[in-house]
Design a binder for this molecule. Structure first.
Ligand code: ZN
Length: 291
């Protein structure tokens, strides 16, 4: 089953729900960045949230950025997503190794440490929307739920999970976001809370072979669940040589001359996908001449 997001509503449209399976894109990110298991879990959870929140955007050109920053050894994770649920991301430190937490799980909160979550929505206006919350758990799902509730005033439930194989590749990944819109009755909300407190973890449900549609049916099936559509999602970086050239140009003539005089090819790496772009002294010379 390739990665996708199911979009649905329930309770007369007063609830909206998204559920995603994202194993392939998280595994792709793991391989790109050669992440340790705890970093794979953090990056995978944020990529999954990014894919879903990307798909929530209204216009084609809208761009969402999620930034986790913390005092822990991983320092941070950055994810961006477009309205087509194309997502990309990178950790600041990819090889963090930590002992399991008290529940025997990958210690994502420990890797991030105390810090903040920033949500940037660039809708092509003069200033992007920026919302920031302090991390309340560091496990990401709770932090995002807190962000939606406090910053956007939309009470939300968020579940995110990444399950590793014994060889540290990604076995399962996915997530869900369920939101109570204005008009959702207290009865609907408390019923939903009850359902959510009884379901197993995201990765457990996926590992049992449940599809996102079946997971939403388990939670909202008796609340007039309406599946609206299926949105494909994937890891996609839009870097290319031209963009990297612009980075070189931004260094200025003096710096480019210095690199040329060193007589060695220069390597530049894309943060998001780790692709390496090499520029020979001759190519640098051509850029220099154009300036
Ligand atoms: Zn790239």
């Amino acid at each position: 089953m390739s990665d996708h997001i199911i979009r649905a509503t329930a309770a007369d449209g007063s609830i909206r729900a998204f559920c995603a399976t994202t194993r392939d894109l998280v595994e792709y990110a793991r391989a790109c960045h050669n992440t340790s298991p705890v970093v794979t879990a953090a990056l995978g959870r944020l990529l999954t949230a990014g894919a879903i929140m990307g798909s929530m955007q209204k216009s084609e050109g809208d761009l969402l950025t999620l930034q986790l920053r913390g005092d822990g050894p991983m320092k941070g994770v950055t994810v961006t997503a477009d309205a087509g649920a194309n997502v990309k991301g990178y950790p600041n430190v990819a090889d963090v190794i930590l002992p399991a937490n008290s529940k025997g799980k990958l210690d994502v909160a420990g890797a991030i440490g105390p810090g903040s979550l920033t949500v940037i929505k660039d809708m092509g206006l003069k200033d992007p929307y920026v919302g920031m919350v302090e991390l309340i758990s560091g496990e990401i799902a709770e932090d995002l739920a807190y962000y939606f509730t406090s910053s956007e005033q939309v009470p939300s439930a968020v579940m995110l999970g990444v399950l590793m194989e014994k060889n540290n590749t990604v076995k399962q990944a996915g997530g869900l976001i369920i939101q109570a819109l204005p008009g959702a009755s207290d009865e609907v909300i408390s019923g939903l809370e009850q359902k959510l407190s009884a379901v197993p973890s995201m990765t457990k449900m996926l590992d049992e072979g449940k599809s996102p549609e079946e997971i939403l049916t388990d939670i909202l099936g008796d609340s007039d669940l309406q599946i609206l559509d299926t949105i494909p999602t994937g890891f996609k970086c839009n870097c290319d040589r031209e963009r990297v050239e612009k980075v070189i140009i931004s260094l200025g003539k003096k710096e480019i001359k210095k690199m040329m005089d060193e007589g060695e090819p220069v390597e530049l790496k894309c943060h998001f996908c780790n692709k390496v772009y090499e520029f020979s002294p001759k190519e640098l010379g051509k850029i220099y001449e154009r300036l």
